[in-house]
Design a protein around this ligand. Structure first.
Ligand code: NAP
Length: 340
Protein backbone atom coordinates (compact mmCIF):
# COMPACT_ATOMS: atom_id res chain seq x y z
CA UNK A 1 0.00 0.00 0.00
CA UNK A 2 1.48 3.42 -0.89
CA UNK A 3 1.72 6.21 1.68
CA UNK A 4 -1.09 8.08 -0.11
CA UNK A 5 -3.38 5.05 -0.11
CA UNK A 6 -2.57 4.49 3.54
CA UNK A 7 -3.56 8.05 4.31
CA UNK A 8 -6.83 7.81 2.37
CA UNK A 9 -7.81 4.65 4.23
CA UNK A 10 -6.73 6.31 7.47
CA UNK A 11 -9.09 9.22 6.78
CA UNK A 12 -11.95 6.80 6.13
CA UNK A 13 -11.25 4.93 9.34
CA UNK A 14 -10.98 8.23 11.17
CA UNK A 15 -14.46 9.26 10.05
CA UNK A 16 -15.80 5.89 11.15
CA UNK A 17 -14.21 6.15 14.57
CA UNK A 18 -14.69 9.88 15.08
CA UNK A 19 -17.92 9.31 16.99
CA UNK A 20 -16.12 7.08 19.44
CA UNK A 21 -13.32 9.47 20.34
CA UNK A 22 -13.73 12.88 21.88
CA UNK A 23 -12.29 15.85 20.02
CA UNK A 24 -9.98 16.82 22.87
CA UNK A 25 -8.36 13.55 23.79
CA UNK A 26 -8.16 10.08 22.35
CA UNK A 27 -8.73 6.73 23.96
CA UNK A 28 -5.25 5.39 23.45
CA UNK A 29 -6.13 1.70 23.58
CA UNK A 30 -8.62 2.29 20.75
CA UNK A 31 -6.27 4.25 18.52
CA UNK A 32 -6.61 2.61 15.15
CA UNK A 33 -5.06 5.15 12.84
CA UNK A 34 -2.15 7.55 12.81
CA UNK A 35 -4.38 10.43 11.89
CA UNK A 36 -6.46 10.26 15.07
CA UNK A 37 -3.49 9.50 17.27
CA UNK A 38 -2.70 13.15 17.97
CA UNK A 39 -2.28 14.00 21.62
CA UNK A 40 -3.50 17.22 23.17
CA UNK A 41 -0.64 18.90 25.01
CA UNK A 42 -1.30 20.96 28.15
CA UNK A 43 -1.21 24.16 26.08
CA UNK A 44 -3.96 22.90 23.76
CA UNK A 45 -1.65 22.15 20.82
CA UNK A 46 -1.62 18.74 19.18
CA UNK A 47 1.24 16.33 18.60
CA UNK A 48 1.20 13.00 16.72
CA UNK A 49 1.85 10.19 19.19
CA UNK A 50 4.24 8.45 16.79
CA UNK A 51 7.28 10.37 15.62
CA UNK A 52 10.49 9.66 13.78
CA UNK A 53 13.91 9.85 15.48
CA UNK A 54 16.89 11.17 13.54
CA UNK A 55 19.82 10.80 15.93
CA UNK A 56 21.83 7.83 17.05
CA UNK A 57 24.89 5.72 16.59
CA UNK A 58 25.99 5.49 12.99
CA UNK A 59 23.49 8.06 11.72
CA UNK A 60 25.67 10.54 9.88
CA UNK A 61 24.20 13.84 8.66
CA UNK A 62 24.72 12.62 5.07
CA UNK A 63 22.00 9.94 5.42
CA UNK A 64 19.57 12.09 7.38
CA UNK A 65 18.15 14.00 4.38
CA UNK A 66 17.00 10.73 2.76
CA UNK A 67 15.78 9.36 6.11
CA UNK A 68 13.48 12.35 6.65
CA UNK A 69 12.26 12.40 3.03
CA UNK A 70 11.40 8.69 3.27
CA UNK A 71 9.81 9.13 6.71
CA UNK A 72 7.53 11.90 5.43
CA UNK A 73 6.60 9.75 2.43
CA UNK A 74 5.85 6.84 4.77
CA UNK A 75 3.40 9.10 6.62
CA UNK A 76 5.31 10.35 9.68
CA UNK A 77 4.30 13.88 10.67
CA UNK A 78 6.43 14.28 13.81
CA UNK A 79 10.20 14.53 13.41
CA UNK A 80 12.64 14.56 16.33
CA UNK A 81 16.05 16.19 16.00
CA UNK A 82 18.45 18.03 18.31
CA UNK A 83 21.13 20.69 18.04
CA UNK A 84 23.67 18.11 19.22
CA UNK A 85 22.75 15.66 16.45
CA UNK A 86 24.37 18.16 14.05
CA UNK A 87 21.79 17.25 11.44
CA UNK A 88 19.24 20.07 11.74
CA UNK A 89 20.29 21.45 8.34
CA UNK A 90 19.54 18.13 6.59
CA UNK A 91 16.30 17.61 8.55
CA UNK A 92 15.14 21.12 7.63
CA UNK A 93 16.14 20.73 3.99
CA UNK A 94 14.08 17.52 3.67
CA UNK A 95 11.03 19.10 5.35
CA UNK A 96 11.26 22.26 3.25
CA UNK A 97 11.68 20.25 0.04
CA UNK A 98 8.54 18.22 0.75
CA UNK A 99 6.66 21.45 1.60
CA UNK A 100 7.84 23.12 -1.60
CA UNK A 101 6.85 20.02 -3.60
CA UNK A 102 3.33 20.22 -2.15
CA UNK A 103 3.55 16.88 -0.33
CA UNK A 104 2.93 18.48 3.08
CA UNK A 105 2.13 21.90 4.46
CA UNK A 106 4.18 23.41 7.26
CA UNK A 107 1.29 23.06 9.68
CA UNK A 108 1.04 19.33 8.91
CA UNK A 109 4.40 18.50 10.42
CA UNK A 110 5.48 18.66 14.07
CA UNK A 111 9.18 19.48 14.40
CA UNK A 112 11.04 18.90 17.66
CA UNK A 113 14.56 20.08 18.47
CA UNK A 114 16.60 20.56 21.64
CA UNK A 115 18.95 23.02 23.30
CA UNK A 116 22.28 21.39 24.03
CA UNK A 117 24.05 21.44 27.42
CA UNK A 118 26.75 23.93 26.39
CA UNK A 119 24.02 26.53 25.74
CA UNK A 120 22.39 26.87 29.16
CA UNK A 121 23.19 30.49 30.04
CA UNK A 122 20.46 32.83 28.87
CA UNK A 123 22.52 34.50 26.16
CA UNK A 124 23.75 31.16 24.83
CA UNK A 125 20.25 29.61 25.00
CA UNK A 126 18.89 32.51 22.93
CA UNK A 127 21.75 31.96 20.47
CA UNK A 128 21.00 28.20 20.29
CA UNK A 129 17.33 28.82 19.50
CA UNK A 130 18.23 31.28 16.71
CA UNK A 131 20.79 28.82 15.39
CA UNK A 132 18.34 25.88 15.39
CA UNK A 133 15.74 27.97 13.54
CA UNK A 134 18.32 29.01 11.01
CA UNK A 135 19.65 25.44 10.62
CA UNK A 136 16.13 24.08 10.13
CA UNK A 137 15.28 27.05 7.89
CA UNK A 138 11.83 27.27 9.49
CA UNK A 139 9.82 30.22 10.83
CA UNK A 140 9.00 28.38 14.02
CA UNK A 141 9.83 25.23 15.98
CA UNK A 142 6.83 23.20 17.16
CA UNK A 143 8.52 21.91 20.29
CA UNK A 144 11.81 22.99 21.85
CA UNK A 145 13.21 20.77 24.60
CA UNK A 146 16.03 21.32 27.08
CA UNK A 147 18.08 18.23 26.18
CA UNK A 148 19.37 17.67 29.75
CA UNK A 149 19.09 19.49 33.09
CA UNK A 150 22.90 19.67 33.17
CA UNK A 151 24.81 22.65 31.79
CA UNK A 152 28.30 21.96 30.46
CA UNK A 153 31.15 24.45 30.17
CA UNK A 154 30.12 26.79 27.39
CA UNK A 155 32.20 26.74 24.25
CA UNK A 156 32.63 24.92 20.97
CA UNK A 157 33.04 21.38 22.39
CA UNK A 158 29.80 19.39 22.93
CA UNK A 159 31.24 17.37 25.83
CA UNK A 160 34.10 19.32 27.47
CA UNK A 161 36.10 16.89 29.65
CA UNK A 162 38.64 17.41 32.44
CA UNK A 163 41.79 15.34 32.93
CA UNK A 164 39.74 12.61 34.60
CA UNK A 165 37.53 12.39 31.51
CA UNK A 166 34.60 13.85 33.41
CA UNK A 167 32.36 16.65 32.18
CA UNK A 168 33.37 20.20 33.07
CA UNK A 169 30.08 21.66 34.31
CA UNK A 170 28.78 25.17 33.84
CA UNK A 171 27.37 26.88 36.95
CA UNK A 172 24.09 27.71 35.19
CA UNK A 173 20.85 26.59 36.81
CA UNK A 174 18.43 24.93 34.37
CA UNK A 175 15.69 27.17 35.77
CA UNK A 176 17.45 30.12 34.06
CA UNK A 177 17.61 28.23 30.78
CA UNK A 178 13.89 27.60 31.11
CA UNK A 179 13.23 31.34 31.47
CA UNK A 180 14.92 31.97 28.13
CA UNK A 181 12.89 29.18 26.55
CA UNK A 182 9.72 30.84 27.86
CA UNK A 183 10.73 34.05 26.10
CA UNK A 184 11.02 32.20 22.79
CA UNK A 185 7.34 31.23 23.09
CA UNK A 186 6.42 34.87 23.63
CA UNK A 187 8.42 35.75 20.52
CA UNK A 188 6.37 33.26 18.48
CA UNK A 189 9.42 31.38 17.21
CA UNK A 190 8.65 28.35 19.37
CA UNK A 191 5.12 26.97 19.84
CA UNK A 192 5.73 24.67 22.83
CA UNK A 193 8.57 24.07 25.29
CA UNK A 194 9.52 21.03 27.26
CA UNK A 195 12.19 18.98 28.99
CA UNK A 196 14.26 15.91 28.31
CA UNK A 197 16.05 13.61 30.76
CA UNK A 198 14.61 15.43 33.79
CA UNK A 199 13.81 13.54 37.00
CA UNK A 200 10.71 14.26 39.10
CA UNK A 201 12.46 16.63 41.53
CA UNK A 202 13.93 18.65 38.69
CA UNK A 203 10.51 18.87 37.02
CA UNK A 204 9.06 20.14 40.29
CA UNK A 205 11.73 22.86 40.52
CA UNK A 206 10.80 24.00 37.01
CA UNK A 207 7.09 23.97 37.87
CA UNK A 208 7.73 26.03 41.03
CA UNK A 209 8.95 29.00 39.04
CA UNK A 210 7.59 28.45 35.54
CA UNK A 211 5.29 30.90 33.83
CA UNK A 212 4.83 28.35 31.05
CA UNK A 213 4.47 24.73 32.06
CA UNK A 214 6.57 22.14 30.20
CA UNK A 215 4.36 20.17 27.79
CA UNK A 216 6.67 17.15 27.54
CA UNK A 217 9.45 15.27 29.27
CA UNK A 218 11.32 13.19 26.69
CA UNK A 219 12.99 10.23 28.40
CA UNK A 220 14.54 6.89 27.56
CA UNK A 221 11.93 4.14 27.76
CA UNK A 222 11.66 0.61 26.38
CA UNK A 223 10.75 -2.79 27.85
CA UNK A 224 13.93 -2.86 29.96
CA UNK A 225 13.28 0.64 31.31
CA UNK A 226 9.56 1.13 31.72
CA UNK A 227 9.89 4.38 33.74
CA UNK A 228 6.44 3.82 35.23
CA UNK A 229 6.98 6.04 38.27
CA UNK A 230 8.34 8.98 36.31
CA UNK A 231 5.62 8.62 33.68
CA UNK A 232 2.92 8.59 36.36
CA UNK A 233 4.51 11.60 38.03
CA UNK A 234 4.51 13.50 34.74
CA UNK A 235 0.90 12.53 34.08
CA UNK A 236 -0.06 13.83 37.53
CA UNK A 237 1.38 17.21 36.50
CA UNK A 238 -0.31 17.13 33.08
CA UNK A 239 3.06 16.74 31.39
CA UNK A 240 3.15 14.31 28.53
CA UNK A 241 6.01 11.79 28.09
CA UNK A 242 7.85 10.86 24.91
CA UNK A 243 9.86 7.62 24.91
CA UNK A 244 13.23 7.81 23.19
CA UNK A 245 15.23 4.69 22.28
CA UNK A 246 11.93 2.75 22.32
CA UNK A 247 13.65 -0.28 20.75
CA UNK A 248 16.53 -0.11 23.21
CA UNK A 249 18.64 1.14 20.30
CA UNK A 250 17.78 -2.11 18.49
CA UNK A 251 19.14 -4.33 21.28
CA UNK A 252 15.77 -5.80 22.32
CA UNK A 253 14.50 -7.02 18.95
CA UNK A 254 15.39 -10.68 19.62
CA UNK A 255 13.96 -10.99 23.13
CA UNK A 256 11.91 -14.18 23.37
CA UNK A 257 9.17 -12.54 25.49
CA UNK A 258 8.61 -10.01 22.70
CA UNK A 259 8.81 -12.62 19.92
CA UNK A 260 6.01 -14.61 21.59
CA UNK A 261 3.78 -11.51 21.81
CA UNK A 262 4.64 -10.45 18.25
CA UNK A 263 3.66 -13.91 16.96
CA UNK A 264 0.24 -13.60 18.65
CA UNK A 265 -0.51 -10.64 16.38
CA UNK A 266 1.47 -11.44 13.25
CA UNK A 267 3.62 -8.40 14.02
CA UNK A 268 7.33 -7.77 14.58
CA UNK A 269 8.99 -7.20 17.94
CA UNK A 270 9.71 -3.59 16.89
CA UNK A 271 5.98 -3.04 16.31
CA UNK A 272 5.19 -4.57 19.71
CA UNK A 273 7.64 -2.22 21.49
CA UNK A 274 6.21 0.82 19.70
CA UNK A 275 2.62 -0.24 20.37
CA UNK A 276 3.50 -0.82 24.05
CA UNK A 277 4.33 2.87 24.46
CA UNK A 278 1.29 4.06 22.51
CA UNK A 279 -1.05 2.00 24.69
CA UNK A 280 0.53 3.54 27.80
CA UNK A 281 -0.31 6.96 26.34
CA UNK A 282 3.38 7.66 25.76
CA UNK A 283 4.50 9.13 22.46
CA UNK A 284 7.31 7.32 20.77
CA UNK A 285 10.08 8.19 18.29
CA UNK A 286 11.76 5.10 16.80
CA UNK A 287 14.66 5.71 14.42
CA UNK A 288 15.61 3.78 11.34
CA UNK A 289 17.55 4.39 8.14
CA UNK A 290 15.64 1.63 6.34
CA UNK A 291 12.50 2.38 4.33
CA UNK A 292 11.03 -1.06 5.07
CA UNK A 293 11.49 -0.50 8.82
CA UNK A 294 9.89 2.96 8.54
CA UNK A 295 6.73 1.41 7.08
CA UNK A 296 6.82 -1.43 9.58
CA UNK A 297 7.21 0.92 12.56
CA UNK A 298 4.36 3.07 11.24
CA UNK A 299 1.93 0.15 10.99
CA UNK A 300 1.09 -0.09 14.67
CA UNK A 301 -2.46 1.22 14.63
CA UNK A 302 -4.24 -1.97 13.56
CA UNK A 303 -3.68 -4.19 16.59
CA UNK A 304 -4.04 -3.98 20.36
CA UNK A 305 -1.89 -5.65 22.99
CA UNK A 306 -3.91 -7.41 25.67
CA UNK A 307 -3.51 -6.33 29.29
CA UNK A 308 -1.71 -9.65 29.97
CA UNK A 309 0.74 -8.84 27.16
CA UNK A 310 1.24 -5.32 28.49
CA UNK A 311 1.98 -6.79 31.93
CA UNK A 312 4.40 -9.34 30.43
CA UNK A 313 6.33 -6.47 28.82
CA UNK A 314 6.27 -4.51 32.10
CA UNK A 315 7.93 -7.53 33.72
CA UNK A 316 10.95 -7.18 31.43
CA UNK A 317 11.92 -3.97 33.25
CA UNK A 318 15.45 -4.24 34.68
CA UNK A 319 16.00 -0.50 35.04
CA UNK A 320 18.61 -0.72 32.28
CA UNK A 321 19.63 2.54 30.62
CA UNK A 322 21.55 2.86 27.39
CA UNK A 323 21.87 6.66 27.73
CA UNK A 324 23.47 7.03 31.14
CA UNK A 325 25.64 10.06 30.28
CA UNK A 326 28.13 8.60 32.76
CA UNK A 327 30.71 11.28 31.99
CA UNK A 328 28.43 13.71 33.82
CA UNK A 329 27.54 11.54 36.83
CA UNK A 330 29.31 13.95 39.20
CA UNK A 331 27.30 16.90 37.89
CA UNK A 332 25.14 18.69 40.48
CA UNK A 333 22.12 18.16 38.24
CA UNK A 334 22.84 14.60 37.11
CA UNK A 335 19.28 13.25 36.77
CA UNK A 336 19.76 9.53 37.38
CA UNK A 337 20.98 9.49 41.00
CA UNK A 338 17.43 9.54 42.39
CA UNK A 339 14.97 6.65 41.98
CA UNK A 340 12.84 8.56 39.46
N1 NAP B 1 16.43 13.21 24.31
C1 NAP B 1 17.53 12.49 24.25
O1 NAP B 1 18.47 12.67 25.04
C2 NAP B 1 17.63 11.38 23.23
C3 NAP B 1 18.62 10.42 23.37
C4 NAP B 1 18.67 9.39 22.42
C5 NAP B 1 17.75 9.34 21.37
N2 NAP B 1 16.83 10.32 21.24
C6 NAP B 1 15.85 10.29 20.11
O2 NAP B 1 15.19 9.03 20.08
C7 NAP B 1 15.31 8.46 18.79
C8 NAP B 1 15.22 6.94 18.84
O3 NAP B 1 16.16 6.37 19.73
P1 NAP B 1 17.46 5.60 19.23
O4 NAP B 1 17.84 6.10 17.90
O5 NAP B 1 18.45 5.69 20.32
O6 NAP B 1 17.06 4.06 19.19
P2 NAP B 1 15.81 3.15 18.77
O7 NAP B 1 14.84 3.90 17.95
O8 NAP B 1 15.38 2.48 20.02
O9 NAP B 1 16.52 2.03 17.88
C9 NAP B 1 17.13 2.31 16.67
C10 NAP B 1 17.73 1.01 16.15
O10 NAP B 1 16.68 0.08 15.88
C11 NAP B 1 16.78 -0.42 14.56
N3 NAP B 1 15.41 -0.57 14.03
C12 NAP B 1 14.46 0.39 13.91
N4 NAP B 1 13.31 -0.13 13.44
C13 NAP B 1 13.54 -1.44 13.23
C14 NAP B 1 12.75 -2.52 12.75
N5 NAP B 1 11.48 -2.34 12.39
N6 NAP B 1 13.31 -3.75 12.67
C15 NAP B 1 14.60 -3.96 13.05
N7 NAP B 1 15.40 -2.98 13.52
C16 NAP B 1 14.87 -1.73 13.61
C17 NAP B 1 17.55 0.62 13.79
O11 NAP B 1 18.31 0.01 12.77
P3 NAP B 1 17.97 0.30 11.19
O12 NAP B 1 18.34 1.73 10.96
O13 NAP B 1 18.85 -0.67 10.48
O14 NAP B 1 16.52 0.03 11.02
C18 NAP B 1 18.50 1.18 14.87
O15 NAP B 1 19.65 0.38 14.97
C19 NAP B 1 16.64 9.02 18.29
O16 NAP B 1 16.80 8.86 16.91
C20 NAP B 1 16.53 10.45 18.76
O17 NAP B 1 15.73 11.20 17.86
C21 NAP B 1 16.72 11.33 22.16
Amino acid sequence: MTANMYFLSSILLFVLTAFETSAKSVSISNVTTYINSELSLNNGLKMPILGFGTGGNGVTPSVVYDMVINAIDAGYRHIDTAFVFHNEIEVGRAINDRIRQGVIKREDIFVVTKIWNTYHSRARAAEAIRQSLSNLNLDYIDLLLMNWPMGYKEGPVDEPLDKYKLIIPSPVDYVDTWKEMELSVGDGIVKSIGLSNFNSQQILRILDSAIIKPVINQIESHPQLSQDKLINYCKSKDIHVTAYSPLGEGRLLDRTELIAIANNHGKSTAQVMIRYQIQRGVSVIPRTVMKSHMTENFNVFDFTLTSAEMKAIDKMDTNTRYYEEKVAEKHEYYPFSTPY
